[in-house]
Ligand binder design. Sequence first.
Ligand SMILES: Cc1cc2nc3c(=O)[nH]c(=O)nc-3n(C[C@H](O)[C@H](O)[C@H](O)COP(=O)(O)OP(=O)(O)OC[C@H]3O[C@@H](n4cnc5c(N)ncnc54)[C@H](O)[C@@H]3O)c2cc1C
Length: 467
Amino acid sequence: MPRVAIIGAGLAGLSTAVFLDHLSRARQRPVDLTVFEESNRPGGRIRTFTRDGYAWELGPESMLAGRESLNVLLSLAGIPDLVEYARPEAKRRWILRDGALRQLPSSPAELASTQALSKRGLLRAAAGLAAAPLKAREDISVDAWFRRVLGPEATDMLIQPFVSGIHAGDSERLSFAASFPRLAPLTEGRLALLRRMARKKQGEESGVNAIPYPPATKIKRGMISFRGGLETLPRSLAEALEGCIRYSTRITWVRKNDAGKFILATLSGEELEYDVVIMALPANAAAEMMAELLPRSLDKLAGINFIPVATAHLAYTRQQVEHPLDGFGFLNPPREKRPFLGALFSSELFAGRAPRGNVSIRVFLGGANDPGRVDLLDDKIIELAHGELRGLLGVRGEPAATHVHRWREALPAYELGHLDRVGAVEEEAARHWGLYFTGFSYRGIGMPDVIDDAWRTACRTAALLKW
Ligand SMILES: Cc1cc2nc3c(=O)[nH]c(=O)nc-3n(C[C@H](O)[C@H](O)[C@H](O)COP(=O)(O)OP(=O)(O)OC[C@H]3O[C@@H](n4cnc5c(N)ncnc54)[C@H](O)[C@@H]3O)c2cc1C
């Protein structure tokens, strides 16, 4: 029976394990599967903290449903019934412009009446969209691409806050092709060619495309979470894996022995032998244990930088907040020079996240443009966030409850050259039969991307084992 080790029980490791377990059962090919996790809980960055009737997300707040891999994952975990959709009002978002909140258009029809852009900025963006697609021969930054297509104002007001809100990144340093893979084919040229070649190579090598998704309950497109919060997802995946997970077990290095098997060392000194190793931990943590297996591309793996983010939850009674909080939240463009990235009306997105009559607002600080802010003391962060909410949302009095969480390495930055960096790591990893890298460091930072990649990794493993 082949022995497969997955390192990391975040969403990537758990999803890969559940998919692999499914493929092994469906094809009646038993596998000895172990997931190693250094902490004592599943979920990695997905964490729901509950206190005094509040359910606060410390990592991701919600995810976008609509992809087949997610449908399959939720069906395998037995939780389609636990899916909760965000309230319809959550489509409404605001942006800070000249110190006041302006509603963003939620559809092309609303674009003409938006106050987020001036008439001139709007016309420039519309003209750019109507023009022929911009072709890029080289990797080009997010900022440069949108500046050329939509113009400076739409880039400053819509793209930069979106990028600092989602990626916490600096749009001048992030790679457009890596950060917006669905738009990237528009650029054609060298990058698109590389991408097509990589897809073809993977398909040929693994037969991935030959494995159809199993039947699953269809989860309709939309912003979702789960009853009990997002952490319900990793907890359910861990339950479905029934005893395959070894918690509180840190892997310190991975090598190969003379027989060509992988040897994993744990912090407590065990050395364990495996046929296949799936690295489902962040790139910088993976780099620490790859010195022997990836001597040439180690610096590329270690060179994927991580961005710090702090998140503060502030709870108030409903009467304390003048703003109706009838939306998702708001983003701050860097040019507004405010001390935080944006805020989510977190208690208003899904039911049951705050005691009746109370609301909770989540403020984000830090990011690539302001990393030092994450190191402020809790009291200072709360004071700063409360001060901003007072001015922007008409909050009165003091918060009834607060919580601060810091992610010193919240999100990977897909900087210029990211695709080449990942390509170099994959190329060297391919020299070792059965070594894979998955998770949000490589091919998409959002949870749906992570789940897609987990399915692909499970299929590649199944094909390798000739299931
Ligand atoms: C603040 C924040 C907000 C976000 N918001 C959203 C959002 O709204 N929507 C969305 O789709 N995505 C969001 N994301 C991204 C989302 O959280 C990630 O896509 C996803 O959780 C990454 O999963 P992962 O398994 O790749 O990594 P992780 O969750 O980091 O899991 C890696 C696991 O590996 C373990 N590990 C590390 N080193 C070792 C070792 N040596 N040995 C054993 N185990 C080890 C870790 O303990 C961890 O459990 C957000 C992320 C953050 C930080």
